[in-house]
Ligand binder design. Structure first.
Ligand code: TYM
Length: 343
């Protein structure tokens, strides 16, 4: 039996990277799942707090994210859809897991290292001062492991940028299993699986991934962007000045990114997609990417607008999700407490 779990931070409307790298995969998994599979999808409010948030905006984003997930096709009858912060058992397990986590391991997390590097504390590149950064940012991956393990999840659909976090979740599951033995293995080791479009790049800077935190809004396409916004962002997307279109992620990352987006939005393999463009130019490619995105995002955008006006329904979904999530997590925690000696 598979227990599939994934999460997303409620930090604004998701972008195309979130959608193609993760969310569209959630919907596919749901629609192709077997009756015995269990699916859980969570909006991770506590993780969002690791960076400064304006309370009003966070509250809006948190409800918007639920509305978006419903708008793209997540069905609360087939999944447990819930707010992480509605289930305090995640933090209880996170504490226990943090007591099994070597500090050195967290220091090697690339997300932590990049925060350190961009923090203003890093002056000359040699002496790194971490005192200005918050502890939540540091232990973020432990909470993520708890999100997964508290439901004994076996499969975690996430983008490539989450691989190291998944590896830590497996290490902690294994560490717990070996430290606190019982009649059977406490936690399955969760495996990551991603879509073919694991990593969508920024439209303005091919050296970085498309992200919510980039200061330049034209670097990302949001799921709620209008057809005009999509057109203008794709028009200004960086490519290269090489004639013709080839798929070459190393030497032509901007062009490859557009091909990846086009292929994913049509549900094709990128090597198939590129065949139609051998004798075409960037103008033709951009036109087709624009059209494909306008088409793909129309339904979700309209549905999102509709959902937003149904606050009562959203609250009901969240409430039902919470009850199911807590019940399932409580089963795990009863056993965890017994094994560590806190029953
Ligand atoms: P978050 O909210 O940053 O991103 C949500 C999902 O989107 C994927 N993603 C991308 N995929 C491809 N290209 C991109 N440019 C891109 N940007 C983001 C991410 O891989 C992710 O799957 N730590 C997680 C949230 C989390 C979680 C969990 C995930 C908390 N607990 C438990 C799974 C299981 C995060 O910050 O995702």
């Amino acid at each position: 039996k598979r227990v599939i779990l994934s999460g997303i931070q409620p930090t604004g409307i998701p972008h195309l990277g979130n959608y193609l790298g993760a969310l569209s995969n959630w919907v596919n998994l749901q629609n192709t799942s077997k009756p015995e599979d269990e699916l859980l999808f969570t909006v991770v409010g506590w993780h969002a707090l690791t960076l400064p948030q304006k309370p009003k905006e966070l509250a809006t984003s948190r409800m918007d994210m639920l509305a978006i997930l419903l708008a793209i096709g997540i069905d609360p009858k087939r999944c447990i859809l819930f707010h992480q912060d509605h289930n305090p058992l995640h933090t209880e397990l996170a504490w226990i897991l943090s007591c099994l986590t070597p500090i050195g391991k967290l220091k090697r997390m690339t997300t932590w290292k990049s925060r350190l590097a961009t923090s203003k504390n890093m002056r000359d590149g040699s002496e790194v001062d971490e005192t200005g950064l918050n502890v939540g940012l540091f232990t973020y991956p432990v909470l993520q492991a708890a999100d997964i393990l508290v439901y004994r999840a076996t499969h975690v659909p996430v983008g490539e940028d989450q691989s190291q976090h998944l590896e830590l979740s497996r290490d902690l599951a294994d560490q717990f299993n070996r430290t606190f033995k019982g009649p059977n293995r406490m936690f399955p080791l969760p495996t990551q699986f991603n879509t073919s479009s694991k990593r969508i790049l920024s439209l303005r800077d091919s050296a970085s991934k498309m992200s919510k935190s980039s200061p330049d809004p034209s670097s990302r396409i949001l799921l709620t962007d209008s057809p005009n916004e999509i057109a203008s962002k794709i028009r200004t997307a960086v490519t290269d000045s090489i004639a013709g279109i080839t798929y070459d992620p190393i030497n032509r990352p901007g062009t490859a990114n557009l091909l990846t987006i086009l292929a994913a939005s049509k549900g094709e393999d990128v090597h198939e997609t590129v065949k139609g463009y051998e004798s075409k130019n960037h103008g033709a490619l951009k036109r087709d990417v624009t059209e494909a995105l306008q088409e793909m995002l129309r339904g979700p955008r309209e549905e999102f607008e509709r959902m937003k006006s149904e606050q009562g329904y959203l609250q009901q979904v969240a409430q039902e999700g919470k009850e199911k999530a807590v019940e399932k997590a409580e089963q795990t925690m009863r056993e965890v407490r017994r094994r560590v000696g806190l029953a």
